[in-house]
Design a protein around this ligand. Sequence first.
Ligand SMILES: [Zn+2]
Length: 318
Amino acid sequence: MDLLSGELEVEKHVQYILSLEEKKDSLESVAMDYLRMNGAYWGLTTLDLLGKLGTVDRDEVISWVMQCHHESGGFAGNVGHDPHILYTLSAVQVLALFDKLDVLDIDKLSDYISGLQNEDGSFSGDIWGEVDTRFSYIAICCLSLLHQLDKINTEKAVEYIVSCQNLDGGFGCTPGGESHAGQIFCCVGALAITGCLHHINKDLLGWWLCERQVKDGGLNGRPEKLPDVCYSWWVLSSLIMIDRVHWIDKEKLAGFILDCQDKENGGISDRPNDAVDVYHTYFGVAGLSHLEYPGLKAIDPAYALPVDVINKIFFGRK
Ligand SMILES: [Zn+2]
């Protein structure tokens, strides 16, 4: 990898993530309060990819995660909030990072998730019923991490995802919905986990995905949109799962991500010179991991967890 475009500011990013915990009473973080479980997953996974997970107090994090557990079996975004499948996956992923899945009531949790599956195979995000292929991915990813995929009708779940496939090879959030890189990641990830990638036209989808790369090396999420660091994750992971990642210019993309760093205070933004946030910091570092940036742990493109964590869960080894 050509490092001329600058280096990854590992120490500054670690300090930036650790500082978010201290700022949790600030206005910005109060507004994002309900999202804290996702933020914890993004921040902690970034630390792990950087080899710095040991800088946080593991017991404190686990105890906070368990306080977000709801009697329905799902998890909320923060203590005292309502559960949602989005936060449930983040909670499971955080516990997996710390090798602590054994604190979960797995039966209750998998009942909560299977209870969100609808007649047509789709999933709702919570009891209010909004349907989205994102929730199909989350349900499948979560249950697979817990070895509980047999709790849902996977055949129907796959059928529903395939029904959201478009003529351009991509996927939308419901049947007929416009193709979007984030949605494609969810559908390809769910099909990868269930061993159903044969439903995808890999060349057609690979072509749509690699056309997301714009002149400055960054990737956008849809035609005519600006590039954004988070698509480094959604697009690259999808390309890796369908074995077409060599179709994009990896070095240019790495340069774009590195240009989005705040070199003074740490963190990564969506585009060069914008304000940083933990979401784009995670997707930037995870994207660089996919690009085999030196010194970063490898991340699994389907489960969005470090490969050593996945190996431990599925093969009992590091
Ligand atoms: Zn973004």
